[in-house]
Design a protein around this ligand. Structure first.
Ligand SMILES: Nc1ncnc2c1ncn2[C@@H]1O[C@H](COP(=O)(O)OP(=O)(O)OP(=O)(O)O)[C@@H](O)[C@H]1O
Ligand SMILES: [Mg+2]
Length: 409
């Protein structure tokens, strides 16, 4: 028996889904490069992970953070920045929590109690603090100092990392607030600490601190506008691609092979299986979109109660999900500037082999094809919705399916 209560699929946002697919390069970047390197004192930039809505940014970093916390690292929760709020206030409040995890709260050292006091003031008044009083250190320098202090404490424990995750960074629309936040985090990342090495030599090392920023692709432009070069030196930015079909198939393989265990009334577990045809149908319908993958899986699970999820269950379930799938793609398209959207629609109308810049530009009513060049570049490099090969093609397979076929219906 399967019931909705047991479904392992989670199309809601911000969860770490139980049925996880791919993103192995990112997980390995944390496990094999970022964490071990910073733990041994080698500098590594912060990570900025951007992508269209529903591409799985928050889930990815939450998964990394969960893994880190399980290993004993000191981790902030996902610090979401709601539109129009003061990010320094939010960060200050979370840093105070982190400081107490690190045991700094009980420190008697004057320097530390003063520092905690300064950060408490930032948590209360935010960025307006330095503007109002006009004296004393700026709000952001207090935050940097506290991150460094927590980093020092982590370094003393040897195998502990500090991980900060700021989400929805595109919501920080105030230039001043954004640059102060980036400087506060960046300064802590680049800070070098003098430590005594074997042989009584003094060396400089980085602290075991990692910062992840996640949000929509627009953030790259915003961050680049005023602090472009500095930002790029301090944060490595990547844009999430859709998931591979192979990764999605692999994620569902446990259902096909040994069955997904659900609790039964007898205190044990019973496996829920999936037909290979159902597995393929879910993968095809989701077009590489993590959100749609969870949605298709959930609906197929809900479509019946037997211990076998059939291809029919997938079809029946998707029938109810199609409107939501359409809304998902529509939302991504609606957010695009008119020109980018027009570009995609024009490109989609052309037969695949005729999708060249010249033909698309012509279709958009431009006299010179170079006029459409910047739009094409944005859709490729900043959003990764298309690729500019010969001919051009779609990377975002759900947008492609929506614009070129009757998917999701
Ligand atoms: N690697 C993955 N494998 C399977 N499902 C995933 C994966 N990553 C994310 N998901 C699912 O995709 C959905 C969207 O994920 P998430 O909320 O992380 O996206 P997001 O990029 O942060 O979206 P938004 O821009 O709306 O904040 C969630 O339902 C999540 O469970
Ligand atoms: Mg998110």
């Amino acid at each position: 028996m399967r019931t909705p209560l047991d479904s392992p699929f989670s199309p809601g946002s911000d969860t770490v889904p139980q049925v996880w697919a791919g993103r192995t390069a990112y997980l390995s970047d944390w496990r094999d490069a970022l964490r071990p390197r910073r733990l041994s004192g080698i500098h590594e930039r912060g990570r900025t992970i951007l992508g269209e809505a529903g591409s799985g940014k928050s889930s990815l970093v939450r998964r990394i953070a969960r893994e880190a916390a399980a290993a004993g690292d000191w981790v902030t929760p996902q610090i979401r920045i709601p539109s129009g709020t003061d990010p320094l206030k939010r960060l200050a409040a979370e840093l105070l929590e982190l400081a107490s995890t690190a045991g700094l709260g009980s420190a008697r050292e004057r320097r530390i109690t003063d520092l905690l006091g300064r950060v408490e003031t930032v948590a209360a008044s935010g960025i307006s603090l330095s503007l109002r009083t006009g004296r004393g250190p700026d709000a952001y320098t207090s935050l940097t100092d506290l991150i460094i202090e927590v980093g020092r404490e982590a370094m003393r424990r040897r195998n502990v990392m500090v991980l900060l995750h700021v989400d929805e960074v595109q919501n920080i629309t105030d230039d001043n607030a954004r640059s102060q936040l980036l400087v506060a985090l960046g300064d802590a990342l680049t800070h070098e600490e003098a430590v005594r090495a074997p042989g009584n030599r003094m060396i400089e090392r980085s602290l075991p601190i990692a910062v992840y920023l996640t949000g929509l692709p627009e953030f790259a432009d915003m961050a680049g506008a005023r602090t472009g070069a500095t930002f790029a030196r301090r944060f490595r930015t990547t844009i999430l691609d859709p998931l591979d079909d192979g990764d999605l198939m692999t994620a569902l393989q446990p259902f096909v092979a040994e069955g997904w265990p659900v609790n039964n009334n007898a205190g044990g577990t019973d496996p829920v299986f999936m037909e290979p045809a159902a597995q393929r149908a879910i993968v095809e319908l989701s077009c590489g979109e993590p959100f749609l993958f969870q949605l298709a899986g959930e609906r197929a699970w809900y479509a019946g109660t037997s211990n076998l999820i059939t291809a029919d269950d997938v079809r029946t379930g998707w029938h109810d999900a199609a409107a939501e799938a359409e809304a998902h793609v529509q939302r991504i398209l609606d957010r695009l500037p008119a020109r980018e959207r027009q570009f995609l629609e024009t490109m989609a109308k052309l037969p695949p082999e005729e999708r060249t810049l010249a033909r698309i530009a012509q279709g958009m009513g431009y006299t010179r094809s170079t006029d459409a060049g910047p739009t094409a570049q944005r859709l490729d490099s900043s959003r990764r919705i298309i690729h500019r090969g010969r001919p051009y093609g779609f990377r975002h397979r759900a947008i492609e399916a929506y614009l070129t076929s009757d998917w999701p219906w």
